[in-house]
Ligand binder design. Structure first.
Ligand SMILES: O=C(O)[C@H](O)[C@@H](O)[C@H](O)[C@H](O)COP(=O)(O)O
Length: 240
């Protein structure tokens, strides 16, 4: 039985609003049921738009823990960090209400991406066994199907054990990154894939069609309870 579905929106603005609304509703339902909820955010243009739309939603942010799906391994104040853009779009407006777990930054002392990944993993408060880590994971996607910093045919996509890895030689700059892996993403109750533009159409069709994650990493990004692709018309254009 598949839990994959997709929704097509008129444009990327409508897509971002709908994804934000869905994320807010899922977080609120989880807070009502369990007292707290965990959210994983994503960078990229649609990810930032969705985060900005989330700022307009009603969520009890005091009860939310936030992670970032991946991060560029650069200095803390580097403009390429995802979290700076997400701060501007969403987190600055929430103050210290949510608990926010940021990825380590590169410093003169810590310049080894694998050591940084290991340190982050060690501090990660992971529920026992196979319990979900994230209640809601929002994932932007590249045209070749990458999600987080999990690119096709790389050690990150082949990872079957570790929840977090350091990435070297990333096909998209900057070359060094930190990322949750597919085994971590799959410990999400709900995955929302957000993609806009015709350039994403093939990857969307491969992801929804159940391709090999090694070829199309998005295909391996499946939630425990639901996996919903929020698309604009271009990104949905290769679907039947
Ligand atoms: O780390 C990165 O290089 C980007 O953040 C990247 O992973 C992005 O999220 C996707 O490529 C989707 O980006 P768009 O929404 O801009 O298409």
């Amino acid at each position: 039985m598949t839990n994959l579905s997709h929704v097509v929106h008129t444009d990327s603005e409508a897509l971002a609003s709908a994804a934000a609304r869905a994320a807010a509703e899922l977080l609120s339902a989880r807070i009502a049921a369990a007292g707290r909820a965990t959210l994983s955010l994503t960078g990229g243009s649609v990810g930032i738009k969705t985060a900005a739309a989330l700022a307009g939603e009603t969520v009890d942010w005091d009860r939310v823990t936030i992670y970032f799906g991946d991060e560029r391994f650069v200095a803390a104040d580097h403009p390429e960090r995802n979290d700076g853009q997400l701060d501007e779009a969403l987190l600055d407006s929430l103050g210290d209400r949510p608990t926010v777990h940021r990825w380590p930054a590169r410093t003169a002392r810590e310049d080894d991406v694998d050591a940084a990944a290991a340190r982050f993993l060690e501090a990660l408060d992971v529920p026992d066994g196979e319990q979900p880590i994230f209640d809601v994971t929002i994932l932007g996607m590249g045209p070749e199907g990458h999600v987080d910093s999990i690119f096709p045919h790389t050690p990150a996509v082949a990872e079957t054990e570790r929840l977090v890895v350091g990435v070297r030689d990333c096909p998209k700059p900057p070359p060094e990154r930190l990322t949750f892996t597919l085994p971590a993403v799959r410990r999400s109750r709900h995955v929302l894939v957000i993609a806009a533009g015709e350039g994403k159409a093939e990857a969307v069709a491969e992801g929804l069609g159940g391709a090999s994650p090694s070829d199309w990493p998005v295909a391996g990004a499946v939630g425990v309870e639901s996996t919903t692709y929020h698309l604009d018309e271009g990104a949905a254009s290769a679907l039947d």
